[in-house]
Design a protein around this ligand. Structure first.
Ligand SMILES: Nc1nc(=O)c2c([nH]1)NC[C@@H]1CN(c3ccc(C(=O)N[C@@H](CCC(=O)O)C(=O)O)cc3)CN21
Ligand SMILES: CC(C)C(=O)C(=O)O
Ligand SMILES: [Mg+2]
Length: 265
């Protein structure tokens, strides 16, 4: 199967079928994502949390995203691959943003990049799109601004902020973004934004009326039971599956019952 393109995503959106997205960071999980026929992969800067163990996404470097994007691209040949632009890879100037987006495409092998922000980043988004780089926007709880928000809370609950978010989404669309992630916003606002746009929205904590959904792969697989935001559903409980397997291995090693003859040469 050929790799999905931004046009394929547009076609899925036009057909009315919801778009599936997961984050993914390595070859082994990228293979599983291909077997599950997920439409699109985000190499999220959430790797700062789930791969690197930081409290926020702020320490993540462009080189980290490139390294993980390369590994994912080798394991999955069917999903559209989107690389997240990390904190300070595009905030200081549009030129720096363009160069870093180019690196994610050239060195990482991404087909698209994602940036946090609305009207403020729209001129840069336009320049990226003009340069042939497909761009995804990200509004609502934009985790690179966690210290400005003062925590990971639902955004745009007040009418003024909701109106601003809608304007931000329209600005991203006008700049040429092909998709917009809506994170931790009230479901009725996400629906209003989705109905106001002609490009798909992808929700996380944004209700059921977006054009698709995204979750962090380890979260949805139940690999990290200490993270329990309201929006998260565990589609498996792999933390206990993995710990039980590791305990069984340890027990057999200590009992000298593994390896058995069948595992020996
Ligand atoms: N593993 C992981 N999964 C994610 O979804 C994720 C990351 N890491 N890192 C980057 C951001 C940070 N995200 C977060 C972090 C915390 C909450 C959270 O604590 N939510 C609570 C509080 C809601 C409130 O106070 O308004 C919730 O119940 O949803 C939500 C999203 C989403 N992203
Ligand atoms: C949760 C998604 C949208 C993200 O930006 C990430 O994983 O970094
Ligand atoms: Mg991110």
């Amino acid at each position: 199967m050929a790799r999905k393109t931004t046009r394929d995503i547009q076609k899925i959106y036009a057909s009315g079928r919801a778009i599936s997205m997961v984050t993914c960071y390595d070859f082994t999980f990228a293979r599983l994502v291909e077997m599950a026929e997920i439409d699109t992969i985000l190499i999220g800067d959430s790797l700062g949390n789930v791969i690197q163990g930081h409290d926020t996404t702020l320490p993540v470097e462009v080189d980290d995203i490139i390294y993980h994007t390369r590994a994912v691209a080798r394991g999955n040949s069917s999903a559209l691959i989107i690389a997240d632009m990390p904190f300070m890879s595009y905030q200081a100037s549009d030129e720096v943003g363009l160069m870093n987006a180019g690196r994610l495409m050239k060195e990482g092998g991404a087909q698209a990049v994602k940036v946090e922000g609305g009207e403020r980043v729209a001129p840069m988004v336009k320049r990226m799109v003009d340069a042939g780089i497909p761009v995804v926007g990200h509004l609502g709880l934009t985790p690179q601004s966690v210290h400005a928000f003062g925590g990971f809370h639902v955004q745009a609950r007040e009418e003024d902020a909701a109106e601003q978010l809608l304007q931000d989404a329209l600005a991203l669309q006008a700049a040429g973004a092909f998709m917009v992630v809506l994170e931790m916003v009230p479901a009725d606002l996400a629906q209003r934004v989705t109905e106001s746009l002609s490009i798909p929205t992808i929700g996380i904590g944004a209700g059921a009326k977006t054009s698709g959904q995204v979750l962090v792969i380890y979260d949805l697989l139940g690999l990290n039971t200490s993270f329990k935001p309201r929006f998260l559903k565990h589609f498996a409980e792999l933390e206990s599956v993995c710990v039980n397997a590791l305990k069984a291995y340890k027990d057999e090693v200590e009992a000298n019952s593994y390896p058995a003859d069948e595992h020996s040469f």
